[in-house]
Unconditional design. Structure first.
Length: 270
């Protein structure tokens, strides 16, 4: 059963609020802003800072009991939010900033709620396609208010499209996949949150990423989980941890494909 906080009225209010903010603060700036480089080498735009600021105000107004862990917060603020007894929102105001800054329409807004170390809701909004992927723990996943169930007619790795981020993989594994791919085709789109959702929707069937932050994966992870997909780290652990650290992630649309993909990666890493 999901957390009692997330009733239907609250759920709709939250989704509509994020859609409106994303259209106002992100979509309206698409192809109209320049980006600066942060200390870690990633990009930052006005859309990132304004979306985080306005989302923080919106969440604080309606649900002041929860802290906010945002990508654009300081590490100290992120860690303090994670340790909040009431729970915390986990926000990536623009997931796929490099795409956004280059005029590539594949980016998203990602928001999750973690209470007592458990993800209880997640939503990923794609402003360019006006697609809202969302999930509440125990109540399933949805796409634009319609039930989303992870499924595919493909039942073997060689039939699959793999969403793989080679940049963050260890060199031996990346080389193995590049020279001996087990899948039929490979893509890397540039928004971790949407990658998880597209696996849930069967738009890609297997997924691999070497190092993603909690604001990248939190909402997408829950959406895939509630849709019936499966995931783990390369070490076989649950991807979700209550720490601000990077995590590897492999996932698949169906449990059978997950098992086949995980087995292949274990052998490819040796």
């Amino acid at each position: 059963m999901t957390h009692p906080f997330i009733d239907q009225q609250t759920w709709q209010q939250l989704k509509q609020g994020i859609i409106q903010l994303a259209q106002q603060e992100v979509l309206s700036r698409f192809e109209k802003v320049s980006a600066e480089t942060k200390d870690d080498g990633s990009l930052l735009t006005e859309a990132d800072t304004q979306m985080q600021a306005h989302t923080k105000a919106f969440l604080k107004q309606h649900w002041p009991q929860f802290a906010l862990l945002g990508e654009e917060s300081t590490l100290e603020e992120q860690q303090a939010a994670m340790e909040s007894e009431q729970g915390c929102w986990i926000l990536d105001p623009v997931d796929g900033t490099s795409n956004f800054a280059c005029g590539i329409p594949f980016y998203s807004v990602s928001l999750a709620l973690m209470i007592k170390g458990e993800l209880v809701l997640g939503l990923v909004y794609d402003p360019s396609r006006n697609e809202m992927f969302a999930a509440r723990k125990g109540l399933g996943a949805e796409l634009n208010d319609q039930t989303l169930i992870a499924s595919t007619a493909k039942n073997a790795l060689k039939q699959c499209s793999g969403i793989v981020d080679f940049k963050r993989l260890q060199a031996p594994l990346a080389a193995n996949l590049a020279t001996q791919p087990p899948y039929s085709s490979q893509r890397s789109f540039g928004s971790v949150a949407l990658d998880w959702c597209w696996i849930a929707a069967g738009r890609g069937q297997i997924y691999l990423h070497g190092a993603q932050n909690i604001w990248d994966y939190a909402a997408g992870w829950l959406i895939l989980e509630e849709a019936g997909g499966k995931s783990a780290t390369l070490d076989g652990e649950c991807v979700v941890v209550t720490q601000v650290i990077k995590r590897s992630a492999l996932a698949a649309t169906t449990p059978d494909l997950f098992t086949a993909w995980q087995n292949h990666l274990q052998h490819a890493s040796q």
